[in-house]
Design a protein around this ligand. Sequence first.
Ligand code: TXA
Ligand code: MG
Length: 382
Amino acid sequence: MKIPRAKILAPTLENLKFVSEALQNNEIIGMPTETVYGLAANARSPLAIARVFQAKSRPYFDPLIVHLGLEGNCVSALAEMKLIDSAQLSPEQRKKIDRMIKKFWPGPLTLILPKHPDIPDLVSSGLPQVGLRMPTHQIAQSLIHFAGFPLAAPSANRFGKISPTSAEAVQEELGDRIDWILDGGTCEIGLESTIVTIPSESQIEILRPGKVTQAELEEVLEVPISIKTINASHLSKEVEEKESLKSPGLLESHYAPSKPCYLLPCSDDKLTIHSFSLNDLHLNVPIPLQDKEVGYLLQSNRSKSWIKTVCHEMNIRPQIRVLSETGNLVESAQNLFKFMREMDSSEVEVILVEPCESEQGLGRAIQDRILRATAHSRKRVF
Ligand code: TXA
Ligand code: MG
């Protein structure tokens, strides 16, 4: 086996200073955050940013999020730090942004705001807005502090692949393309940040669901917020293209394992032997599963024994992983990318994922990532 070039470093003060210097020399590094690991670079250096796109094989139309230090705690501070052009915001918009910052930063919320000219166009893929996030993770904050500049950091995976939630997963993804990964252990949240945009005076939209929910944002802002996310019936090409212009990285098919990955037809509540025939369970799977090793990613324990029976009768060899035995969404979010990654590198030939039907808390974000992971196969099926 090829030994990866990237070294995983313990987050000692010495190592933090060492990688901060690497960042100052336009190098790029793997950095833990509370959501997923990022591939960090000096947000003000076009050379460093270009290296990020290259290492990820990421198309240049897909903009990066800029991670900032704790001092950026209001609109005027962000303007002073030359991150945003606050002149483009109305007093009402500033008020709303300040409220979101006060309530959710540092934390898993990315705000799309008018870009300051000092942020290279490469960061925002030529868009007039930039995505900003203040991570709560201590190591990320220390790096920003020692480096002395904000860090542009997309998730540290190859383009279109599953976001990494551990240093080892970063090594698996980019180990042959970068030198250093700071080890922050397993990410606390496990899914990427909620992305919010303010397209006009009266509109606020969620472009990507995450830990910060629609309900929480509505409570803070006291206005209705729309959510632009995919749903189970696949988007038309036309809609997808239109939406992808708003947030170019959010193409429907994303976060996908390399193996064929299909959605099971319904949640575990309905998965009972009485209401579903054996074939119904595999309704969405266009290939024969008999005699195959099949990965089942289930939401909770409830349908486990039934799936085992079905597999036995159909001569399928199941590898079952349960996101959370008790259906705890926080635990499911932490495990989703980890288990998808493990299944992807296991012996299974096909991965089948049970949908998450909860709209509460992280439910929406979990379902969004599952629909994206299975998007290719859904397109083929319907
Ligand atoms: O939790 C997270 O957000 C993680 C960690 C590392 O912070 N980062 C992350 O970055 O998920 P990335 O690059 O994998 O996803 C960021 C997405 C882009 O694909 C793009 O759709 C959207 O954020 N985005 C960034 N800047 C934008 C902009 N100026 N306008 C619209 N969408 C933007
Ligand atoms: Mg990503």
